[in-house]
Design a protein. Structure first.
Length: 90
């Protein structure tokens, strides 16, 4: 099935040996749809981009618990207002 290779990996204390295997027959990378490598080592994977894209939520707002779109808009407007100066004498 999968072959194994040894590679050097630098962890907190220093270099340690770790075995990297090839995936079993039938495994297909979900990022690029090409068999032969794990998703973690996909050549098309961006290593610097750790943020995930937000997927649209199927959440249904509950009246009385979730803010309405009007409440959200009002809160955003209030964030634009500069706060008053301190009246404590400083």
């Amino acid at each position: 099935m999968g072959g194994e290779e040894e590679s050097q990996s630098n962890t907190q204390g220093g270099a340690t040996k770790r075995k990297e295997s090839t995936p079993p027959d039938g495994y297909v990378c979900r990022l690029c749809s090409v068999p032969g490598h794990w998703i973690q080592v996909c050549p098309t994977k961006k290593t610097g981009d750790k943020k995930r894209k937000r997927t649209p939520s199927d959440h249904v707002p509950v009246p009385g618990k979730d803010p309405s779109p009007e409440d959200v808009a009002e809160a955003q407007k209030m964030q634009e207002i500069t706060p008053p100066k301190c009246f404590c004498g400083e």
